[in-house]
Unconditional design. Structure first.
Length: 304
């Protein structure tokens, strides 16, 4: 788990504490049905946020990400909803459970680059829960608006939220795009070497996993990837990545798409492919044999 994931988790925990405190303070000024609506709104968006986050973190293991996300949403929904009573707690439990489940499935289906804006959207919706307390509160609005400075309250909140997203979230996203990706790819450096002007990478498959599962390549520099299958069943590796000078002497070419690299290795066999990546970005590679991706055979190639 990197800096980005920890930042989002801490943000959600702090937001949960704020929601609980506001619920306790304004409980007498909010109708029970309104309280249930607030809890449902927050629990659902909390579940979607954390589910999408964990779906991306544990991509390739949908069972684990779903269980963790469901439990997280369920617990938060129960804690927040219990302030308004049993019905609100039940509403929070089911909303958090559903949000966590849907978020985990969403995080599993999309790429890491797509997960980042989705988490940002769901996190913003979670933060907007704060405004629901002001909308549903039955306090004397005339008394509040008689003060010339009443308009400053929402403006201050908006300023804090803007600062949080522009400063904090943007900084955290930069960490996952650069520093965290580099720190996760030290293993790929250890398994790389130079051969005839081409950087050689060896990826081993063992126990339904890729080792290493992350590679760092340089744009417009030739590379050679060797897929070594250590298992007693067949495996492959497929990635959609813009390339040039592709040499597939020992690889299996599926289709005529020049941007698809496909290696297939039988039990205890190996296959090789050489190519030159032409565009920077983050590219996912998977085992296309049915059931293997779901068992964890997923990795990433970062081209910089």
């Amino acid at each position: 788990m990197g800096y980005y994931q920890l930042f989002i988790l801490v943000s959600l925990l702090i937001l949960t504490v704020i929601v609980i405190l506001l619920s306790r303070i304004l409980k007498k000024n909010i109708k029970p049905m309104h309280g249930m609506s607030i809890i449902m709104f927050y629990s659902m968006n909390f579940g979607l946020t954390i589910g999408t986050l964990f779906g991306g973190l544990f991509q390739g293991n949908l069972f684990l990400s779903t269980v963790v996300s469901i439990l997280s949403g369920l617990i938060i929904g129960l804690i927040c909803g219990s302030v308004f009573g049993i019905l609100a707690a039940l509403e929070g439990i089911m909303s958090g459970l559903m949000g966590g489940m849907m978020g985990a499935m969403l995080g599993e289906m999309v790429s890491l680059e797509q997960i980042i804006p989705l988490v940002r959207i769901f996190l913003l919706l979670s933060i907007l829960t704060i405004f629901l307390f002001a909308i549903f509160s039955k306090r004397n609005n005339l008394k509040d608006t008689s003060n010339k400075f009443w308009v400053l309250k929402p403006l201050v909140i908006l300023a804090l939220i803007s600062f949080y997203f522009i400063g904090g979230v943007s900084y955290a996203e930069k960490q996952i795009n650069f520093k965290s990706q580099e720190s996760h790819n030290h293993n790929s450096d250890e398994r790389s070497s130079k051969q005839h002007g081409s950087t050689l990478f060896t990826i081993e498959t063992k126990n339904m996993k890729y080792f290493p599962s992350n590679l760092v390549l340089q744009q417009n520099e030739p590379v050679t990837i060797i897929l070594k299958n250590q298992d007693k069943i067949e495996h492959d590796l497929e990635v959609k990545i813009p390339t040039s000078n592709k040499d597939e002497k020992t690889s299996h070419n599926h289709g005529e798409n020049e941007n698809v690299i496909h290696l297939h290795a039988g039990p205890k066999k190996e296959q090789t492919v050489s190519f030159t990546p032409t565009e920077s970005g983050l590219y996912e590679f998977v085992c296309t044999i049915p059931g293997h991706k779901e068992s964890g055979m997923v990795g990433w190639i970062s081209v910089s």
